[in-house]
Design a protein around this ligand. Sequence first.
Ligand code: PMP
Ligand code: GLN
Length: 379
Amino acid sequence: ISSKLPNAGTSIFSIMSAWAHEHKAVNLAQGFPDFDCHPELVRLTHHYMQKGMNQYAPSAGILPLRERIAEKTAHTYGFSPDPATEVTLTTGATEALFVAISALVQEGDEVIVFEPAYDAYIPVIELNGGKAVPIALERNTYAINWHQVKEALTPQTRLIIINTPHNPSGSVLKPHDITELTEIVMNHDLLLISDEVYEHIIFDGVTHQSMLLYPILREKSIVISSFGKTFHNTGWKMGYAIAPPEITVELRKLHQYVTFSNFTPAQYALVDFMAETKHYTSLPEFYQERRDKFRSLMQATDFELLPCQGTYFQLVSYAHLSSEPDVVYAKRIAKEAGVATIPTSVFYTDKLDRKVVRFCFAKQDETMERAVELLVKNA
Ligand code: PMP
Ligand code: GLN
């Protein structure tokens, strides 16, 4: 049949997880923690299943959970979105991205995307008849070149997709980026999708530059987050979108036909859990320790470590170790050294090899130690 996504193949995350499994490699490829979420979350979900909260939830999510999200947002960014009209629960950030892009992009619209780009943006733009306009982040620093962004703007530019902290590079937006973005938003008729799933995974005391901090930006933004990243439960596939009421109306129209609603018992569990603890405030410290541990272990290898300011990913260059293209290299070290990584060329439209691979460090000490030991011996 004729494909609606002729340029898309199987996601690299599925490919590398399967490859890791096949070769019994330590999986530092797909991003997920190898430790469990808080036992209280599991207990509460079980409790609500037993209590019979097993039917459809309201499409936008149960109101008390949207209220908790609003409280968390107020606590973190000093802005309290209206739970009734500005907060929508989705099946992971992935669904939020899908409905946001689909609701906003029309045939012929242009969308600026920074590369390396998370793999769920461009296919959805194209599915909706839009044109992705990729802009490469600066080499090594992965900062945005605003001059290039301004050059790329046209009357057809409908959206800019921001991702901070950035997957895969771990770079984060700085205050000067906000100044540039504000100027663009004030002078052009466009909207922002801000993928902030790693909002609480940011290091060295740096403040996460959420669009929600800035009134001019948040009026034009759909801000997307993921409980999976924040509560160590990626398999629950729960996320949400915060957007002004007139945009939220459009998101919800799509959301009701994509999934209608989310797993009900977990919504009640999160309401209780979020009332009791501000667990997310400990995440920067928690993951900074993981990052520092991983980086210090990796000193024993010959990889060149790139900077990592946020997310649970560490990029490394292997340019001086091998001339193989990154996909070939990643597959070989998974097979021969027993450690799976993600090649980064897949996050670029040009698919060019830059000899950079990504490791996930959302792992227990033993997992990291074992992985690095294998890399030292065999990579
Ligand atoms: N955006 C980015 C940048 C991500 O890294 C991820 C998860 N890997 C997602 C979106 C999707 O999040 P979720 O698992 O909640 O769908
Ligand atoms: N976001 C995760 C990553 O970057 C993977 C999500 C997925 O498997 N689709 O590794």
